[in-house]
Write a protein that binds this ligand. Structure first.
Ligand code: DC
Length: 229
């Protein structure tokens, strides 16, 4: 039997992270945040003084980096070479840097391989942009989350405000739009979906409703897959 892989793709601010974490907990399989991996490589690059478009050096950095997820349900952490970078990768600058770094085919090659290895080990709910198109195209459990741009920007704005940021809603909307355009128009594995996905517009849905929809679909079809007993 194959490990259970659930792909959750979509642009920023659609509620991917919260939804994916809860779906993973409910199914009893790991949550793998692939965006955090691009962010970690962007951070490693910036700390080493490497430009976000230096493919050769970022390839080296990605190939050597040790990225780990520490799955504490109350306080999950991301480690880069043993160091806790959970907060450092969430800044505005790292969002933009990660979007740039994720354009580079050499970096994608390294991280996609790592994501496949992680998923094959114990299954997982993988959230990202290319999980159902590139990382695990064979899984039957693919979900593409969308929401109206102004709803996504408002969610991100509220998240940032809670963390004490003074960014305006207009600035957040401009940023979200720029990053989405960059992620959707790059040559290698752009953000997209196809008919093998279930499309879910989360604009007017609660997180509970989105989670229930995904878990319902997966449990209805998961009997042929390895799940924790
Ligand atoms: O989901 P996120 O905002 O943490 O992702 C950060 C960046 O990484 C995002 O701008 C696009 C990129 N990314 C990607 O290209 N492929 C993935 N599977 C996940 C993220």
């Amino acid at each position: 039997m194959q490990p259970l892989i659930v792909a959750i793709d979509g642009p920023s601010g659609v509620g991917k992270s919260t939804t994916s974490k809860r779906v993973a907990r409910s199914l009893g399989i790991p949550h793998i945040d692939t965006g955090a991996m691009y962010r970690a490589i962007a951070l490693a690059g910036v700390r080493a003084g490497v430009s976000v478009d230096d493919e050769v050096r970022l390839d080296e950095i990605a190939s050597r980096a040790r990225i780990e997820f520490v799955p504490d349900s109350a306080n999950p952490r991301v480690l880069l070479d043993g160091q806790d970078v959970t907060e450092a990768i969430r800044t505005h600058d790292m969002s933009m840097a990660a979007s740039c770094v994720s354009k580079l085919p050499a970096v994608r090659r390294v991280l996609v391989r790592l994501q496949q290895a992680m998923g094959n080990l114990a299954g997982g709910v993988l959230e990202g942009r290319d999980i159902g198109t590139r990382v695990f195209p064979g899984t039957p459990f693919k979900f593409f989350l969308t929401a109206r741009p102004e709803v996504r920007a408002a969610r991100r704005f509220n998240e940032l405000k809670e963390k004490g940021s003074s960014e305006t809603l207009a600035a957040v909307l401009a940023d979200t739009t720029l990053r989405d355009t960059q992620d959707s128009t790059r040559a290698d594995s752009p953000l997209t979906w196809n008919e093998s996905y279930l499309l879910i517009d989360t604009s007017d849905l609660s997180i509970d409703a989105v989670v229930a929809k995904i878990v319902g679909k997966v449990t209805a079809g998961a009997s042929n897959f390895l799940t924790p007993s």
